[in-house]
Design a protein. Structure first.
Length: 174
């Protein structure tokens, strides 16, 4: 049985990381993709995934019985993060995140804004205590990335590590 993973993008800055994450997921994974209204930059035809409309809160992936294994929101806007922290499920992204939390499935949020306000940090702390993984797109310099592509691969490789997906996207610590 294929693992099912949802990749969602909220906010416009860094949407390429979410799209690239989706593209780099192995073919052995059933992929689902949600883009918020503000991140619809990429045409649906370019993606090898079932694309869901963010306003379609009754999509299959909005139900715990559908059996999604994990979800990553990359990038995750502070608005989306706050809604998730407060239990607001007013669109498909926040509904799927809510399902991940209630079903105790892996949920990774990649907040993209900095510096983080005290409110954002409080929301991240609240979510982390619930088991949500807060993994902003940060670099480590030991892998000596030289290009933007290598930097993105490092970040996505770290996210794949968190999802338990084998990868060789970056040079590991020696």
């Amino acid at each position: 049985m294929k693992r099912k993973i949802v990749v969602a993008t909220s906010g416009a800055s860094g949407v390429n990381l979410g799209v690239k994450t989706l593209e780099l997921l192995p073919e052995t994974i059933e992929k689902h993709f949600i883009m918020s209204k503000n991140s619809k930059i990429v045409l649906q035809k370019e993606l090898n995934a079932q694309v869901h409309k963010n306003k379609n809160i009754s999509a299959s992936i909005a139900s715990g019985s559908f059996g999604v294994d994990a979800m990553i929101i990359a990038p995750c806007s502070m608005n989306t993060l706050a809604k998730i922290a407060c239990g607001i499920s007013d669109n498909l992204i926040t509904r799927c995140a809510s399902v991940m939390i209630k079903e105790q499935k892996k949920l990774i949020l990649a907040p993209r804004e900095m510096p983080f306000s005290a409110i954002a940090l409080e929301n991240m702390h609240k979510l982390a205590t619930l088991g949500v993984i807060i993994a902003p797109p940060l670099l480590a310099y030991y892998s000596k990335q030289q290009t933007l592509d290598e930097m993105e691969n490092f970040i996505i490789g770290k996210w794949f590590d968190l999802l338990g997906i084998e990868n060789n996207l970056y040079k590991r610590w020696e």
